[in-house]
Write a protein that binds this ligand. Sequence first.
Ligand SMILES: [Mn+2]
Length: 463
Amino acid sequence: MARRIILCDGAELARLWGRIGTGEQEELIWVPREDESRARPRGFRALQGRLSGEGIEKLDPKEGDEFALVSEEAGFVRAAAKAIEKIAPAAPVLVLSDRIDPDDLPHHACLRRTGLRTQIRDDIDDEFTHLGNLSRVVALRNLLAPRERVAILLQPDPDPDGIASGLALRALIGRKRSTAPMVAFGEIERPENRAMVEALGLQVRTISPEELNEFDGVALVDVQPTVFGEEIPARVRSVDVVIDHHPERSGYDAVLRDIRTSYGATSTILTEYLRAADLEIGPKLATGLLYGIKSDTQVLGRETSAHDVNAFAFLHALHSPALLRRVERPAVPLDGLKALGRALTRSRVKDGVHIVVLGRVREDVIPQAADFALQAEGAEWAVAAGLVNGNIVFSVRNVGYVRAAGEVVRAVVEGLGVGGGHRSMAKGIIPLKAFREVYGSTDQKRIHDALEKAFVKGIRRDD
Ligand SMILES: [Mn+2]
């Protein structure tokens, strides 16, 4: 087990540490002061010859060990940091001090400062978690800094979690769109995802796998290389960085890999990175990450970890509610609203199901119409359907405590089209041709009645 080597400057601070209580990973070292009595604080080893002697070498740090310096003297911290750098150049250092001015801290590749008496045990554990994240950020920056052009590769049809994570990674490595563009092998297709990039003024470039060779650094967020299938070029099989929360896959190389499958969103990992690095998070980035977590966890529903909740709370204080509203409720074209108006004059709530058939509309109108239709009194389910490119596209919403929407949609489209989704949201697509073959016509009344019948049946099944 990796150690936390705690160096306390003098017996008084050592005793204070002892009173706070010690963790089992901690190795307690007392650095006696010149004028100090020989009485060794309980639980501590004395560092013979102070920081300059052989004592420090005998600590024999291993990879993964971390240090803490407990002191109120900048001189001690500087000397200790220097001594540690000699025996363990890569080891992270946590400085615990209430009085040292941050400007007086030594320059060190991975050093974090926090309070001392102001801390309680849980906070110290948290700080080590931040330090662990900072170590990853430092490694990430060291790896990517010399690369001229870095591709931030997202999954095809990137979703809000991937897009926000890409934006955060770019901020972490201090790049702009020109030197670290977000790229994907497919267009952003889902209207909700397009709404996000439009509202936040982002760009995701669609590239071919071969175009990846134009970059001298490749970082994947919210996706792992083997997702792209067997035909992927070598450049994607051996990348620089992979940060993801999906199940770990094999069959590829990454210099830095951070896969956290217990997390509900990659945006949570990146939020922890940003926090650990003490980077200022503007409202745009905070809103993107907040929405990334919100959409990947179905608003902190299933498969949400305490990390996601913490990150969400942290981002919530920084995000822009106006911007979030624009992402979640993008502008609806007037003819879309009029189509909804006409559909509502004909709609009814039957057995808790509210169906609105919009006719020909822009696709992004459909999910918003479904959200709105769910507000009808007595409705537990809402289905909004529209005609898009020769298909009947429909969005489904429910109140959450009923059957899973994705399940019902799969039953409804069986043998006709494709569909799926989550507990309270789902989407289905039925080609008009397939619908006509089964129902004889594709007029709006026929679509309404067919969907109503299929949904009522699908929802009541096995009840
Ligand atoms: Mn994700």
